[in-house]
Ligand binder design. Structure first.
Ligand SMILES: *Cc1c(COP(=O)(O)O)cnc(C)c1O
Length: 379
């Protein structure tokens, strides 16, 4: 295998359609994670393809200081859909870049240095976002990273109130931790985090790179708990598989963002993809659908798996099963024997991040394959 950085799976992909991926030899795989939350509408959605084709022929790239209709439309749409008044938009190409911008904006707008992050949080792999990421394994060999970052226990509001002060530029957290093991934050904790940062004059940065764009059953996970951050970051599903990230923020952050920039910010082709994605997502009520199907998935998993697993948890279509065995062995079994692709979240959690278009029949197929996959690993 020729991959330079990644370890490759023995499943060469030829094409995709809806919730399915097809390998070179024509085998159909149900994608419950292979696209990493990046295809909320399913693979190769016709609306996105059409928008991209039209835009790539009209003007394929021009830098963001020259207005282009498709970018202006996307800015407006994001501003309208943003939680509360997070209507100032910075566009980039990935989740980690969206977080880099957020951390820079928070420092610049407050004139303060300290940043606070949470245990088991994941924010990306560039130097700043990596410094705000908890798991030491991701950092080994890359230090020193960005300094001035302190960690508090995720879920512990009292610890948070001890650490966040008038020295704090910002607190960054996920409303539901994805990579860290699918750990939902309680609404109580998230609301306290909002109060504590407001009192300290610090920016609350909600990282919705994985949870955003409808995945957890509302367009943004923070909508469901009624909190309005100062900065919201998103990426993964935003352009249905094309690379785009966004940092949305309030006026007090935006009026003093410093001299941040990026050559590819808001390229017309990815803007077209993102605009078509958001429009289609909302026209089809996919966040509501994700809430409903996600609940069905969790119920079916709990009923079928019972005590054979440690826990089933999640929100919408971001669901984890804490297993009693090596998650990767189970994933291998699911992929090779049952043609279902999913993801780990740490060593003991099997994670599902399917396109939001999946229905009960897809869920049934996954749930009925699991007892056999678990048994195969146990023996
Ligand atoms: C994936 C992820 C990131 C990093 O996004 P990239 O596009 O891989 O840089 C950041 N935060 C969260 C919560 C993520 O899930």
């Amino acid at each position: 295998m020729s991959g330079f950085v990644f370890t490759e799976k023995p499943i060469p992909i030829d094409h995709g359609e809806g919730p399915y991926l097809y390998s070179d030899d024509g085998t159909e795989y149900l994608d419950f994670g292979a696209s990493y939350a990046c295809s909320p509408l399913g693979h190769c959605h016709p609306n996105v393809i059409r928008a991209v084709k039209e835009q790539v022929e009209q003007v394929n790239f021009v830098q963001a200081s020259y207005p282009v209709d498709v970018r202006t439309t996307l800015y407006d749409r994001l501003a309208k859909l943003a939680p509360g008044d997070n209507d100032k938009v910075w566009l980039c190409n990935s989740g980690t870049e969206a977080n880099e911008a957020a951390l820079k904006f928070a420092r610049h707008a407050t004139g303060r240095q300290q940043l606070v992050a949470t245990t088991r949080g994941f924010h990306g792999r560039t130097m700043g976002a990596l410094a705000a990421t908890w798991n030491q394994e991701y950092k080994e060999g890359f230090e020193p990273l960005v300094g001035g970052i302190e960690f508090v226990e995720y879920g512990n509001a009292d610890a948070l109130s001890e650490v966040v002060s008038d020295q704090t530029a910002g607190l960054i957290l996920e409303p539901l931790q994805g990579e860290g093991g699918v750990n939902p934050g309680s609404s109580e904790f998230l609301r306290r985090a909002r109060e504590i940062t407001t009192e300290a004059g610090a920016a609350l940065i909600v990282d919705e790179v994985q949870t955003g764009v409808g995945r957890t059953g509302s367009l943004w996970a923070c909508d469901a708990v009624d909190i309005v951050p100062d900065i919201l970051t998103t990426a993964k599903g935003l352009a249905n598989g094309l690379p785009m990230g966004a940092t949305l923020c309030r006026e007090w952050i935006a009026e003093n963002p410093g001299s941040h920039g990026g050559t590819f910010s808001g390229g017309p082709v990815v803007c077209a993809a993102a605009d078509a994605t958001l429009e289609t997502l909302l026209d089809n009520d996919l966040p509501d659908h994700a809430a409903r199907i996600g609940e069905y998935l969790v119920d079916e998993l709990e009923t079928t798996l019972g005590d054979t697993v440690r826990d089933v948890r999640g929100q919408g279509l971001l669901v984890g099963i804490e297993v009693r065995h090596d998650a990767n062995a189970i994933l291998r079994e699911l992929a090779l024997e049952h043609r279902i692709l999913a993801l780990p979240a740490g060593r003991t959690v099997v994670r599902f991040l399917p396109p939001l278009i999946v229905d009960e029949t897809h869920v049934d197929r996954v749930v009925s394959a699991l007892p056999e996959a678990l048994a195969a690993v146990e023996s």
